[in-house]
Design a protein around this ligand. Sequence first.
Ligand code: AMP
Ligand code: ZN
Length: 115
Amino acid sequence: MGCLFCNIIEGKIPSKKIFENDRVFAFEDINPQAPVHALVVHKTHTKNLDELTPENSHIMGDLFMGVKEVARIRGIDAAGYRVIINNGTAGGQVIWHLHVHVMGGKPAMGPMIIP
Ligand code: AMP
Ligand code: ZN
């Protein structure tokens, strides 16, 4: 059992890795909602934004530096892209390891929320 994304980070569950450094791991979303749909996760497990504190807030900087790197590697940095965090049940979070969605690869991402 355990956390799916921790298992992916540890290589116990396969993923299509895009980028990794000592802090973050980025991989292709298994069910892409855009031509480019990547996930960036921190190697320190936190459930979601609820667990951020002044002491671990570097997690967000690490994640967003990872987002920039993913966008560069996947070639969507110049055109622009959308970044999403689904936080908590009402936010649509289903995997309880804080992650950032990076979506792009088409001329426009469309409305932010589908009514
Ligand atoms: P969220 O709703 O923000 O919790 O999003 C979870 C995301 O994880 C979804 O977009 C899923 O498609 C994605 N996902 C679930 N399992 C895997 C997996 N094994 N490898 C890659 N992405 C996954
Ligand atoms: Zn985890």
